[in-house]
Design a protein around this ligand. Sequence first.
Ligand code: SF4
Ligand code: SF4
Length: 454
Amino acid sequence: MFIDKTYIEDLLKNAKNTTESELNAILDKASKGLGLSHRETAALLTATTPMHTQRIFEIANQIKQNIYGNRIVMFAPLYVSDYCVNQCAYCSYNSKHRFDRRKLTMEEVRQEVALLERMGHKRIALEAGEHEGECSIDYILECITTIYQMKSEGEIRRINVNIAATTVENYRKLHSAGIGTYILFQETYHPDQYKKVHLAGPKADYAYHTTAFDRAMEGGIEDVGGGVLFGFADPLFEVMGLLLHNEHLEETFGVGFHTISVPRVCPAPSVDTSVFPYLVDDDLFEKLVAIIRIAVPFTGIILSTRESSQMRKRLLKIGISQLSAGSATGVGGYKNANQNPQFTVTDERSAFEIISELLETGYLPSFCTACYRSGRTGDRFMSLAKSGQIKNVCLPNALMTLCEYAQDYGSDAFREKVYAAVERELLGIANEVMRERTRDSIAKIKQGQHDFFV
Ligand code: SF4
Ligand code: SF4
């Protein structure tokens, strides 16, 4: 197994002996934006002086600017079923909890998707509990087909899927259905803590869960998204787990995580979060996100509406590249906000409010789904990202999709703001041919045409 508890614990213990000059050498390497090994990351995680922390934030901010600029990719979750056979201590869908469980009919899927499209979303994360009987792989595949076929006040162009660890055969089916990223949170890499919070059900099998991405990649899925739910084990251990997992995938399949999600344990119906021993405070959380950004510069970092708008602002500066907005975290929750949520949303603003605020504060909300649709996945994506070329397509795509959003969903005043920002940002497209091509597409979008991407 590529996660070895003793190895990580020893690594973190020994990292405390890193000398000042070794730390400075690691920070110098980090500032070149080439990423860090898990050993180097351990040294940064255990560095505690304000001077080192300050430098970590500066480097994370610089990497964020160089690679992602001011673009933030937007998405929203879609919960299709809350049936679950597992007993995860932190989740309101725990099979022990009594409430009226449900899964969406295809008509209800269409209704929820219509509401997401009305918000302007183009990219969703499909979410479901684990229940072979009520929520089989065939049901998930039917949802995917239904969503991709659906067009009302927009269209969903990329479906990322977050369902339980499964077989190579099922991953092959998901791949054939045209999913974007397969997302699975490890929750905690610490095997003992994992046992404590996963009390029963297939998810309680640490090894099966931890090797899910190996099976997904064997099944042909090229983009996988990892994550931990901070709060169950020493957060430094969790970051090391993420990096070792990433290195394992790189070594075995030639490409590591496409994205990493960084949720923290947060309130949920019937869940007492005070029993979790390692709740992470805001300052430490910010430092962890900055270190992840430095360690894996080309991996997208995703933040959900679990975090407050204040915290989101802090984290956007130092690492986050994808944000959810206007999220409902219960089955049927876009139509009926009272549906049983999996967790409580902290940032309750509408998608439009979040998008407007991003724009006001100098960010470029992006509805881009181009890579997956252009076949830039897996190692093809990573080699483009690592060569620094990816931003040459990210910026034009961000500008075109933002214009499309403004045209379709914005008021006159909002459109004006968007077009002013776009004019400014167009100058940042270094390649003249690409700049003119983007300008030309934007002119067509303003006349009502849709779906331009490079
Ligand atoms: Fe089920 Fe997932 Fe919740 Fe666990 S975290 S109870 S697997 S829905
Ligand atoms: Fe993401 Fe690719 Fe679009 Fe850039 S061009 S925002 S990497 S999908």
